[in-house]
Design a protein around this ligand. Structure first.
Ligand code: FAD
Length: 287
């Protein structure tokens, strides 16, 4: 299938890309890896008259440490997340989860920024970013602003980002020592989006939960942070019973769409299972 015609622009700086976005207005779309945008164009769900390609802007790539914060350029591709020794040591949830996204071809081009900016509830990075307490840096004609990933997603394909803004960086606090983590994803086959998935970040103190963040993928119009489940665990030991309570509280906030991956009851039940598995795995990693 061939996408409709468009004019192609390849700016070399964020400032030039923002200027182009301002000039071309709603007729323009940013192009990152193209693995969500191009299929939508081929299906005529999106028909931008202009594509502004971010691939030649070097400042948008790379992973670095700034004190206790890990800073990831929006144009960093999945395979770079997987290969990063900095992430493997300081934020191991991210490379582990990135390995579960799509297939090697998609991971060679698909970017963390595109995955988040797209606002697709089936994408994995939104829930992972919420669990990691990520901050998203947006740049537009009025300057730079930072927003928490938790609160950024408003609905399917709807985010806090304005049409003339670019997601430039994802900033994430590096893990404190003895932080447990897991991303449990149920999919029908390798390369598929999640039927349901859960991201967990966990710390224990004296046998009780001292810090926990839980977020869910593809069981509502946006990724969800399971705050009631987190509250039920704080100060408690992690037992089969407390994990079951947390899973039930996570299931209570889901609102999945029925599709070929399952009906609402099945997806809700699988969200609970993924929370249970992720908590159990995270616990083994924070003795
Ligand atoms: C076969 C297949 C399987 C897949 N499976 C999964 C999966 O299991 N999990 C998963 O999470 N994803 C999956 N994907 C989606 C894939 O990860 C995409 O790469 C990702 O959703 C979008 O990233 P991209 O860099 O390709 O963005 P693009 O497709 O180029 O852009 C997507 C949207 O985001 C906007 N955008 C991109 N970058 C920015 C930016 N920096 N600032 C503002 N707006 C921006 C674009 O304008 C566009 O609207 C799959 C894709 C395919 C084709």
């Amino acid at each position: 299938m061939i996408p409709p015609g468009f004019d192609y622009h390849a700016p070399r700086s964020v400032a030039d890309a923002i200027q182009l976005l301002g000039q071309l207005g709603g007729d323009a779309k940013l192009l990152a890896g193209g693995h969500s945008l191009l299929p939508m164009m081929k299906l005529r769900f999106a028909q931008p008259a202009h594509l502004i390609d971010l691939n030649r802007i070097d400042a948008l790539r790379g992973i670095r440490e700034e004190g206790a914060t890990i800073v990831i350029g929006a144009m960093t591709v999945e395979n770079e997340l997987i290969a990063s020794t900095l992430l493997q040591t300081r934020l191991p949830l991210l490379p582990e989860a990135a390995k579960q996204i799509a297939d090697p071809q998609v991971r060679n081009r698909g970017t963390i920024g595109g995955d988040i900016a797209h606002g697709d509830p089936g994408n994995d990075h939104p829930a992972i970013a919420m669990a990691l307490d990520a901050t998203l840096v947006l740049e537009g004609p009025k300057g730079k602003r930072s927003v928490k990933a938790d609160g950024f997603f408003h609905g399917t394909y709807m985010t806090d980002m304005a049409e003339d803004e670019i997601l430039t960086e994802i900033r994430i606090p590096a893990f404190a020592p003895k932080t447990g983590y897991a991303y449990e994803k149920l999919k029908r086959k390798t390369g598929d989006w999640a039927t349901a998935a859960a991201a967990v970040v966990l710390r224990m103190d004296g046998g009780k939960v001292s810090y926990v963040r839980i977020a869910l993928t593809n069981v509502a119009p946006t990724a969800l942070r399971a705050t009631d489940a987190e509250a039920a665990l704080l100060g408690q030991p992690l037992t089969e019973a407390t994990i079951a309570i947390a899973a039930a509280k996570a299931m209570a906030i889901t609102d999945p769409a029925e599709d070929l991956r399952g009906d609402r009851d099945y997806k809700t039940a699988m969200a609970g299972q993924m929370v249970k598995r992720a908590l159990a795995k995270a616990a083994t990693r924070c003795p």
